[in-house]
Design a protein around this ligand. Structure first.
Ligand code: PMP
Length: 425
């Protein structure tokens, strides 16, 4: 196979005719597939069904009557311990919430605006509030900051994490920069894990704003695809504490992609100071979260080892999907030099980087042939990818046979759009 850039116009035109015909044939299949969101498929969710039986009407609540009532705002002890084990900290740093970590993040931003952190000026009184957004990043993070009218500043990332020179420049000099969104392990969507050096540099920031916070969304902390080849992001809470910056970070996670998306348990880890400050607010907001669901999770996962075993079973279901997509990319696209892609060891996404100015057209062509992908640009603030090149692939949800068809169509669309760009059609 010849790289497309090395083809002359006549070769490209012939190729274009062939690819257009193949595309039409694919369209005639009337596919209806969706690879837009990183949802577990039903077989993954089924792994957690026994969790629904661990507490029932016969459960011995003798010492746990309070769990069936209002109260225990920061979560039951067993759930705090479980999340402390996941996040490698101790229970006094943990607040266990309801079903969604995204809701906690939204709440934290909202609290910054209405009440401020640790007695600092609420952001609603400021002329300008800015957030740093490592890109490509998680579209729902950007949606929250956009919703609050926060100015978002893109920060490029490489395989070690965000460009820390740039992060330090903004954070240490600009008082209106109040936070940064981070998915530090198996990042959504690039799959990279921040290096130890990057974590240390985060911990040693000297923010111009005293209420600057790192929003450390560790959504994929235990979501490895392989048992023996795993990333492990350095512990940010500990690093901040050691750097004399204990209040710098809010860390989030949930069991959404461990048990049931939408019906799992979410938690936050932070300094004792921040926790107290948050609880003052939370005590007005709620009389307690769903402690029976917390108990269900803690009873089902009696130890972190149980949890790791469960995640390894999840990985067995996910791994073939990732490997199939990557195999097809390697076979069909690698020799053509019309794109690059990530090879994640965990998380839920593969990031595909097409030639400049191709991503929107590829996503559109896939859609016209029946395969829905995440919108091009979605992984950038305001939905604007300056190179129009990044596409997020979410292989988890479709069954293998459908994923194969969808990937074949995707590859075809990448080829077709690339040839059209080279021909300037
Ligand atoms: N953070 C990241 C990075 C995610 O990818 C997701 C969901 N896919 C979430 C948060 C949402 O988590 P939750 O269900 O706990 O709100």
């Amino acid at each position: 196979m010849k790289a497309y850039q090395d083809m002359n116009q006549d070769e490209l035109k012939t190729l274009h005719q062939q690819l257009s015909k193949q595309y039409q044939d694919m369209k005639d299949l009337h596919l209806q597939l969706n690879m837009a969101r990183g949802k577990p498929d039903f077989s993954q969710v089924q792994l957690s069904m026994p969790l629904l039986d661990v507490i029932n009407s016969h459960y011995d609540f003798t010492d746990k009557k309070d769990y069936c009532n209002y109260g225990i705002l920061d979560g039951i002890d067993e759930a705090k311990q479980l999340f402390a084990d996941i996040l490698e900290t101790t229970p006094e740093h943990i607040i266990v919430y309801g079903n969604s970590s995204l809701t906690i993040m939204f709440d934290q931003i909202s609290r910054g605006f209405t009440h401020g952190y640790l007695g600092h000026t609420p952001w609603c009184h400021l002329d300008k509030v800015k957030f740093l957004c490592p890109v490509p990043g998680y579209d729902r993070h950007f949606a929250i900051t956009e919703r609050f009218g926060i100015e978002m500043i893109s920060i490029p990332m490489d395989e070690n994490g965000p460009d820390m020179d740039l992060v330090e420049k903004y954070v240490n000099n600009d008082e209106s920069v109040k936070g940064i969104w981070c998915v530090p392990q198996y990042s959504n969507p690039s799959g990279i894990t921040y290096s130890d050096e990057v974590v240390e540099r985060f911990a040693h920031l000297k923010p111009a704003a005293p209420d600057f916070r790192i929003f450390w969304d560790n959504a994929y902390i235990i979501h490895h695809l392989y048992d023996h080849h795993q990333d492990h992001v350095k512990n940010i809470l500990e690093a901040c504490q050691e750097a004399g910056n204990p209040d710098l970070v809010f860390e989030f996670c949930s069991t959404s992609k461990v048990t049931f998306p939408g019906a799992g348990v979410a938690a936050m880890a932070t300094s004792i100071n921040n926790k107290k400050d948050i609880l003052k607010h939370l005590t007005v907001q709620s009389i307690g979260h769903d402690k029976l669901n917390q108990l269900r999770h803690a009873e089902y996962f009696k130890s972190i080892e149980d949890l790791k075993h469960h995640m390894s079973q999840q990985a067995e279901l996910l791994r073939p999907k990732f490997e199939m997509v990557l195999d097809i990319f390697d076979k069909e696209l690698k020799p053509l030099h019309i794109g690059t892609w990530s090879h994640p060891l965990g998380g839920y996404f593969i990031t595909f980087e097409a030639m400049d100015n191709c991503a929107q057209d590829i996503v559109q062509k896939c859609k016209e042939a029946g395969v829905i992908l995440t919108d091009a640009g979605a992984t950038f603030p305001y939905g604007k990818d300056p190179h129009d090149s990044v596409i997020r692939i979410a292989p988890s949800y479709p069954p293998l046979n459908e994923l194969k068809q969808a990937t074949e169509l995707f590859v075809l669309c990448v080829k077709l759009v690339s040839v059209e760009k080279l021909l300037k059609l």
